[in-house]
Design a protein around this ligand. Sequence first.
Ligand code: FE2
Ligand code: FE2
Length: 276
Amino acid sequence: MTKNTLHYPTRELLWLSDIHLDMVDEDTKSDFLEKLRGVRCDALLITGDISNAKQLVGHLNDISAACGERPVFFTLGNHDYFFGSMCEVEKSVVELCDRTPNLIPLGQGEVIQLSPDTALVGHRGWYDGRAGDGERTEVVSPDQRWINDFKHLNKRRFFKRMRELGEESANYFRKVLPSALGRYRNVLVATHVPPCYQALKYNGEHCRWERQPFYANCSAGEVLIGLSRVYPRSKVTVYAGHSHSAIRVGISSRLDVQVAGARTGRPELQEVVSIH
Ligand SMILES: [Fe+2]
Ligand SMILES: [Fe+2]
C-alpha cells in the first residue's frame, strides 16, 4: 500500500451518501445531476451506495461529468456490489478512475490535504457483525442474496467474512490515519458503514439489536476511538451512511460521527462542509 499526500485545496466540500441512482427514474436523475452542476462547492465526497454493480460505472461517469473539473472523492457501499461480485466491481472502478481524472477512489493509502489544517482519509468499510445480537440474530442481510461473493456462504461463514471485511477497514485506518493525525488539526474520515452502534438509527428509530450486526463496524470504531486518544490535538469527524438515518453523535470531545439521512428514490445533497 502506497502512502501519499494528495493536495486538493478545498473550502467547501459537498457531502453525499446513499444516493442509489439505480433506484430513481430518468427525470429524478436528471434533476439531481442538474443540482450537482449548479451547487457551489470545490469538491464532492460520496460515502457509498451510489448505484449497483451493473450501473455503477455509468452513474459515476454521470457524476464526474456533472462536476466538471471538481474532484469527486468516493468510497463504495455494499449496494454498489448488488448483482455482481466485489472483484469485478472493484476492477471496473479502477479502470474507470484511471481514465477519469476527477474521480478519486478512497482507500488506496492516500491522505488528501484539503487545507493546511484539514485532511481527508477514507475506506469503504463494512459491517463486521459484532454489534447488537451479533451472530445470534435471526435477521438475514439482503447482501447475502444479491452479492455473488456471499450467495454460497452459510450463516457462520458469512459472519466470518463480514468480520474480515470490517477488520480490513480497521487495519487500514490503523495504518493510514496516524500520518494524517500527526499533521492536521482536523481529520475527516469517510466510510460507508457507521463505525459504532452509538451512531445507529434505523428508519429514524432506535436500531434494534437484531439489525445492529449489519449496520455497525465496531472494529473500525475501536481503532478510531483509540487513535483519537493517542492524538488529542486532532479532531476527527467521521462521515458515514448505510443506515439512511441522519444522526450526529459526539463519541468524545475529539471524535464525532455523522451519518447521512437518505430516502430511496430521492437522492439528496447532504451537506456542504466548510473546510478550515
Ligand atoms: Fe444505502
Ligand atoms: Fe449500505
